[in-house]
Design a protein around this ligand. Structure first.
Ligand code: ZN
Length: 78
């Protein structure tokens, strides 16, 4: 359950925000140093509405690495 599933071309990515079914367009990349090794990357998917709030949530805790377009994430994943 720790890694992203590979999505087929027509499978929509859904926003990670609670209760949101919006199509994800951004990837919030973060790492909790208390739980994860430095090279570990946790990813939350975010729609346009929740991009800021999800990024703020991890940024407040000092966990935020970067917010990137979803295409950049899947492209880098291969
Ligand atoms: Zn959302």
């Amino acid at each position: 359950m720790s890694s992203l599933q590979e999505a087929s071309a027509d499978e929509a990515h859904v926003c990670s925000a609670k209760g949101c079914r919006g199509a994800a367009r951004h990837a919030v990349v973060w790492n909790n140093p208390k739980l994860h090794t430095p090279e570990r990357r946790k990813v939350w998917l975010a729609c346009d509405l929740h991009r800021q709030s999800l990024a703020d949530f991890v940024a407040l805790r000092g966990f935020l690495i970067e917010v990137i377009p979803l295409e950049a994430l899947t492209a880098a994943d291969g």
